[in-house]
Design a protein around this ligand. Structure first.
Ligand SMILES: O=C(O)CCC(=O)C(=O)O
Length: 285
């Protein structure tokens, strides 16, 4: 059954709040297939990067740029995803896939993410327009307060980009701005069930706590860009390549192996930032 596109109220709430949640965007069968691949696929585990948070806990993720003919590629390229992303981006140009990252917050060891805006990283790639960049979080397991779900500051995308500096091996937003925002704007814990999806603006302030629970918290975060949004310091090519859209059924019906990307991010490559003043360990996630 076709999932109805975001309504005008949902689109309006994305613009007002900086995010919108769609429940049951992917069904149980799709999510169990994706979760099974994510825990069993060799390419995912071999290409996983560990980033230290400020307390030394590891945040693990596998990131690739080009979505291929594999089940995760079909998820990121499916009609339902691209149709809704197109409704939220501030452009009529074709939707392109910047990158996807499989977030692997393992029980008791999965580290925290400091307060940041995704555009706090991406302006270093010299993307011009934050309104033409969006992240989409797809829950592969339940995400709740106990296992370190995402927290967002509602409406904070309207602050514009705030300064970012180092926080462990991550980049964190200037805490003066975060604390000011928290005095006047609502902190929302984004609790998700498997298959729920969060669409969020590239300037929305967000963070997550470490996973101190016994349950894993896995999700895919796919980031999209409009073809009209150029990035003058980005070496990967997918961000300006229109997504080759596949039917929604591809996720379940088309034969595919694990993630077959040939452009996984390697920590030492640091493709976007090596010419900037940022330290080489900080990667453009
Ligand atoms: O998955 C999380 O807990 C946070 C990830 C995040 O903030 C990001 O990738 O920008």
């Amino acid at each position: 059954m076709k999932i109805p596109p975001l309504s005008s109220e949902e689109i309006e709430s994305y613009h007002r709040n900086g995010f919108v949640i769609r429940r049951n965007f992917f069904n149980d069968e799709e999510i169990s297939k994706l979760y099974k691949i994510s825990i069993e696929d060799d390419a995912i585990s071999k290409n996983a990067l560990d980033l230290n948070d400020q307390t030394g806990k590891k945040t693990k993720l596998t990131l690739w740029f080009t979505p291929n003919n594999d089940t995760f590629g079909y998820l990121t390229r499916c009609e339902r995803m691209i149709e809704n992303v197109a409704l939220l981006l501030d452009s009529d140009a074709p939707v392109c896939h910047f990158h996807s990252k499989l977030m692997q917050k393992e029980p008791r060891v999965g580290g925290a993410w400091e307060w940041h805006q995704d555009y706090g990283y991406w302006y270093k790639n010299q993307f011009m327009f934050p309104d033409q960049l969006i992240s989409v979080m797809v829950a592969l397991t339940e995400a709740n307060k106990g296992n370190g779900c995402l927290q967002v500051i509602k409406g904070s995308h309207k602050l514009g980009r705030v300064n970012h500096g180092f926080a462990g091996e991550q980049v964190g937003a200037d805490m003066v701005f975060v604390e000011n925002a928290l005095k006047t704007m609502e902190l929302v814990y984004v609790e998700l069930q498997p298959g729920d999806v969060l669409f969020f603006h590239s300037n929305l302030l967000h963070r997550s706590e470490a996973n101190l629970s016994d349950a894993p918290r896995w999700s895919l975060i796919s980031c999209y860009n409009s073809q009209s949004n150029l990035a003058y310091n980005e070496k990967s090519t997918s961000y300006y390549t229109p997504v080759d859209i596949v039917p929604d059924e591809a996720i379940l019906r088309w034969q595919a192996a694990g993630v077959s990307s040939n452009d996984f991010l390697k920590k030492e490559e640091d493709p976007a930032l090596k010419e900037t003043g940022w330290e080489k360990d900080v990667i453009s996630i």
